[in-house]
Write a new protein. Structure first.
Length: 165
């Protein structure tokens, strides 16, 4: 009679001991270049955003920094200040952009291109304009918040090519 037992190879886990700390080994400065393509409008050359990963702790801090406590008739209530939130989110997460032209911006925001300006002119990165993009661009803020909290986008060696909606 023949025995048809499979040979199982056992692996021994590498012991790192109880000294390993998740907290001490967190990477806090992850960045990625992420393509934003408004409904396939920019297929030829998407807008590229250089973004920083937003940790859970930082996300909670952003929310708290934009929350005001108001009292009316001795009743306290919390109110979110979107302008403060957008400003803090932009400062925390948007490092820069490439390929943003007046032509592409006009598809995201209702802007007026300055007279005599070539619509294909690149717009240099500016934090004030980044905040305005968050404040006035439908869908952009949601896209940004989804991307900057998605760890897979920021994994070392991965190419970030998330698309906008």
């Amino acid at each position: 009679m023949s025995d048809n037992k499979e040979t199982k190879k056992e692996t021994t886990p590498v012991s790192i001991g109880s000294s390993f700390s998740f907290e001490k080994n967190l990477i806090t400065n992850l960045t990625a270049e992420v393509a934003y393509d408004q409904d396939g409008e920019f297929e030829d050359e998407p807008i590229l955003f250089e973004l920083k990963y937003l940790s859970k702790k930082d996300a909670q801090s952003l929310g708290k920094s934009a929350t005001k406590v108001k009292t009316w008739n001795k009743v306290k209530s919390e109110e979110s200040d979107e302008d403060v939130f957008n400003k803090n989110l932009a400062k925390k997460c948007i490092v820069g952009w490439k390929n943003l032209t007046f032509e592409k911006l006009a598809m995201i925001l209702p802007i007026e291109v300055p007279e005599g300006t070539d619509p294909k002119t690149q717009i240099p990165f500016d934090m004030t304009n980044a905040v305005a993009l968050l404040k006035h661009g439908y869908g952009f803020g949601t896209w940004l918040q989804d991307i900057v909290t998605e760890i897979a986008v920021f994994r070392k060696g991965d190419k970030a090519t998330e698309q906008g909606n």
